[in-house]
Write a protein that binds this ligand. Structure first.
Ligand SMILES: [Zn+2]
Length: 316
């Protein structure tokens, strides 16, 4: 099964200050590892472009876009406590969201299409009118909106296994009957949201599933909870497209995350989601990179994830 890769080295030019965990080396290391292991050669490359204002304004406010543009014209600076813009950041963020849009356009075109967007900055904390937690634009949310607004997809399921709750994605679709959201995350932890009783409202009531787990949760328990709640939501919602917010910071060796997982756990999680996409969504699945801050571990996890999505490395 081919998995189309959407990435662009200009996203390396998003350069927060020294020692910021969301470093350019994250993407460099993933690409180097994929090259070394033969995946960069075997996976088709999708087209990446900047997201348009129209695509971003489907989830973000015009004032917020203007705020980022103004900061960009000044050469960058601090956007909020954890989020920074350098000279290349706005372009990188537009490319990240645009990659996700392009990936959706391709994936929904036929059955059994799979794509992985290796992008930064990440997106799942970005709020409609504010940057948050290293995120500028809600890449997964922009992608889901493209599916429902730009195509005739009625039901999109976003599955977020980043160690942090995907508060931005949840906020965008909390009252939506078209986009369901499942997040498994460490709790209590940043950003503080994602409790069991946050389940959606209005047309979206029952379509938000949160699985908050304390630090120290055994891996078997993590997997059992994930599997059960994922199938509950997918069986009820019957998604036509599945989007993964793939953060790898739940790895035990992540410097800022850590929910005790090891690299192979991302193989199990990914296969579980692929199964849902196969039975419910005609095999249509798209994954976007979120967190993961131990650079070598991240490269290994992203490769395991790509393999579990169905990619095979080129033969040497
Ligand atoms: Zn995270």
């Amino acid at each position: 099964m081919a998995v189309t890769l959407y990435t662009d080295r200009r996203m390396i030019e998003h350069r927060p200050p020294e020692r910021h965990p969301e470093r350019p080396e994250r993407l460099e290391a993933i690409l180097r590892h994929l090259e070394r292991t033969g995946y960069l050669k075997s996976c088709p490359a999708g087209t990446v472009r900047e997201a348009t204002d129209e695509e971003l304004l489907r989830i973000h406010s015009p004032d917020y876009l203007k705020q980022l543009e103004t900061l960009n014209e000044r050469g960058g600076g601090s956007v909020e406590a954890d989020t920074w813009m350098s000279k290349g950041s706005l372009l990188a963020a537009r490319l990240a969201a645009g990659a996700a849009v392009e990936a959706v356009d391709w994936v929904v075109g036929d059955r059994d299409r799979r794509a992985l967007c290796l992008i930064r900055p990440p997106g799942h904390h970005a709020r409609p009118a504010a940057a948050m937690g290293f995120c500028l634009f809600g890449n997964a949310a922009v992608a889901a909106k493209e599916a429902v607004a730009g195509h005739e997809v009625n039901r999109v399921l976003i599955v977020d296994f980043d160690v942090h709750h995907g508060n931005g994605t949840q906020e965008v679709f909390y009252d939506s009957g078209q986009v369901a959201f499942l997040s498994i995350h460490r709790h209590p932890f940043y950003p503080g949201t994602g409790l069991l009783d946050e389940t959606g409202t209005g047309a979206g009531l029952g379509l938000t599933t949160n699985i908050p787990l304390p630090h120290g949760t055994p891996r078997a328990e993590y997997h059992a909870a994930f599997r059960a709640r994922l199938h509950d939501l997918a069986d009820k919602f019957r998604p036509e497209l599945v989007i993964i917010s793939a953060g790898f910071d739940a790895h035990a060796e992540d410097p800022i995350g850590d929910l005790g997982l090891d690299t192979d756990d991302f193989d199990v999680l990914t296969r579980e989601i692929v199964d849902v996409a196969k039975t419910q969504a005609q095999g249509r699945i798209l994954s976007v990179l979120e967190g993961g801050y131990n650079v070598p571990i991240l490269a290994g996890c992203a490769t395991v994830h790509l393999h579990a999505l169905g990619a095979e490395p080129a033969k040497k």
